[in-house]
Design a protein around this ligand. Structure first.
Ligand SMILES: [Zn+2]
Length: 286
């Protein structure tokens, strides 16, 4: 074989994987690394924002976003929070709850997951920050996913008096059928420290947040309802309806230190202004 033929063969051998990849009709998958997709899981019109910081801005309205996230790791997938129920898309005027929150959905979660190539029923893990209605709306789309939840939250949600904690089991009853891993602290989901559930008690008995270490986008903590908007984070204010006020403040201070130590950003899931600066699926962070 002459030198030119050898070079052509060598070039073909090196290019083969790329040529083959180019021939497949499936969309590019994210198995190569860790990916975070932000999803639109509805909005909440708050008719009187003072419920989030008693005594301040009484009677003033505020618009909040409602966020869910899909984490794609080489070892599996995790949905973080399940938003408001997709069925609300049929009620464009929204649903009034406790006469103070108006819940709306304009982009159902199921089709968003479908569109990015991860249909709900294929997702392995379901991480729920807490059991309030705006975080569990679509848990029924993932009947086989392993539920990752602090044991106190599970006990409160499935115990004798869920209403005492602001939980409505009619919204998350299907979770009884899911495999469950009850947690008693932080939990490293895939065992390599890149996706870690953080025990952040206070808002509810077993509230948790999600820490994600991305290669290019850096370290991010998804807040759950540790805090609802930036102003409350800045002033460390706690909603009147939190389960444990003192614990909420303690947790916020611990999280502030954690963010500093880990050079991490806090993504506040209900903060409208912050959410408009975050790119949403099908775009992703890696
Ligand atoms: Zn919430």
């Amino acid at each position: 074989m002459n030198r030119i033929n050898s070079l052509v063969l060598l070039a073909l051998a090196l290019l083969a994987p790329f040529l083959l990849a180019g021939c497949t009709s499936t969309p590019p998958r994210a198995e190569a690394g860790l990916h975070l997709y932000a999803l639109d899981c509805g909005s909440i019109e708050v008719l009187d924002v003072s419920v989030f910081h008693p005594g301040i801005d009484k009677g003033k309205p505020k618009l909040l976003t409602n966020s869910c996230y899909l984490i794609v790791h080489p070892k599996g997938t995790l949905l973080w929070d399940a938003g408001l129920p997709d069925a609300l898309v049929k009620t464009p005027e929204g649903m009034l709850v406790y006469e103070i929150f108006r819940f709306k959905v304009s982009h159902p979660l199921g089709p968003q997951l479908q569109q990015i190539g991860y249909p709900a029923e294929t997702i392995q893990y379901l991480g729920i920050s807490h059991l309030h209605g705006d975080h569990v709306g679509n848990v029924n789309l993932l009947p086989k996913a392993t539920l990752l939840m602090q044991k106190e939250e599970y006990a409160a949600g499935f115990g004798a008096e869920p209403g005492k904690y602001g939980f409505d089991p009619s919204g998350y009853g299907s979770l009884r059928g899911n495999p469950v891993q009850q947690l008693q602290g932080d939990h490293d989901v895939f065992g390599d420290g890149t996706v870690v559930i953080k025990r952040t008690l206070g808002h509810t008995p077993g509230h948790q947040a999600l820490f994600v270490k991305l290669r290019h986008s850096g370290n991010i903590l998804l807040s759950g309802d540790l805090v609802h908007f930036t102003d409350n984070w800045t002033h460390k204010r706690v909603p009147g309806f939190n389960f444990d006020q003192a614990q909420s403040i303690k947790t916020m201070n611990e999280v502030a230190q954690f963010l500093k130590d880990n050079h991490a950003q806090l993504w506040i899931q209900h903060d409208l202004e912050q959410n408009t600066s975050i790119k949403h699926a099908p775009a992703y962070y890696d």
